[in-house]
Design a protein around this ligand. Structure first.
Ligand SMILES: [Zn+2]
Length: 243
């Protein structure tokens, strides 16, 4: 596999990065990723992965675009209201980069259909907004030995980590005692933008083999005080999923 002349132009500014180059770009071109959720996090994640040239992007979302999504969900515009998020995502991302494969599905992921979409991918990107679905995906990924790039937002704070089955804690280890509040979750769009963009960057680093990843570390962002922390995390020895 080589880069064609369009790709050399499109990705020129990242190809000239000292730590990147053609080898890293080819790794992105060969990569297949599964983004779960086309909402606040899935928007910037899919946008920057498509822009960077990740070769095959799979997105699942059954929802339609609502007016209240538009404070943060940058894949969709006002004219997309009441249209499928999967279709809107495909249109936006194809317009951005027609040279990659963007596969969208109007489905809600559950424990019965996840293997249809996630089998054989290089990484699952957790752009969800609820813990039960995260734990379902975690169980599949640990059994199938697929890494998860996790991010989550709680109002003005966010967390990110890279799950590598067998080598790091899993999401069940992290969310063992988590209690979720009911109802719509408060969020300002730029917070989803910052978090999703870092999630995209960490995914690109992992796929291209450039830099340090967030294995066994939780990046924690407190936006009200503009503070980032990197906290060591450990397996729960009693974890029922990754023990
Ligand atoms: Zn675990």
């Amino acid at each position: 596999m080589v880069l064609n002349s369009d790709e050399k132009q499109r990705y020129f500014r990242q190809l000239i990065l000292a730590q990147f180059g053609e080898e890293a770009q080819l790794r992105l071109k060969k990569a297949k990723v599964f983004i779960v959720g086309a909402g606040g996090l899935g928007g910037p994640v899919s946008f920057y992965l498509a822009a960077a040239g990740v070769g095959h992007i799979i997105i699942c979302d059954r929802d339609v675009v609502e007016l209240s999504n538009l404070n943060r969900q940058i894949l969709h515009g006002t004219s997309d209201i009441n249209c499928s998020k999967a279709d809107s995502a495909k249109n936006t991302l194809t317009e951005l980069n027609p040279g990659i494969t963007i596969e969208t599905h109007k489905v809600t992921i559950d424990d019965k259909n996840i293997s249809d979409y996630a089998t054989g991918v290089d990484i699952i990107i957790d752009c969800l907004d609820n813990v039960p679905t995260r734990l379902m995906i975690n169980k599949f990924a640990v059994n199938a030995n697929i890494p998860i790039m996790h991010a989550g937002i709680d109002s003005w704070t966010a967390q990110l980590t890279l799950i590598k089955p067998g080598l790091t804690p899993c999401l069940q280890c992290l969310f063992n005692t988590y209690e979720e509040a009911e109802g719509p979750k408060p969020v300002i769009g730029a917070m989803a933008g910052v978090t999703g963009t870092v999630q995209a960057l960490e995914t690109l680093k992992y796929l291209s083999g450039v830099g340090e990843t967030l294995e066994n570390k939780l990046a924690y962002f407190d936006s009200l005080n503009m503070e980032w922390a990197k906290i060591p995390i450990f397996k729960n020895e009693d974890c029922m999923v990754c023990k």
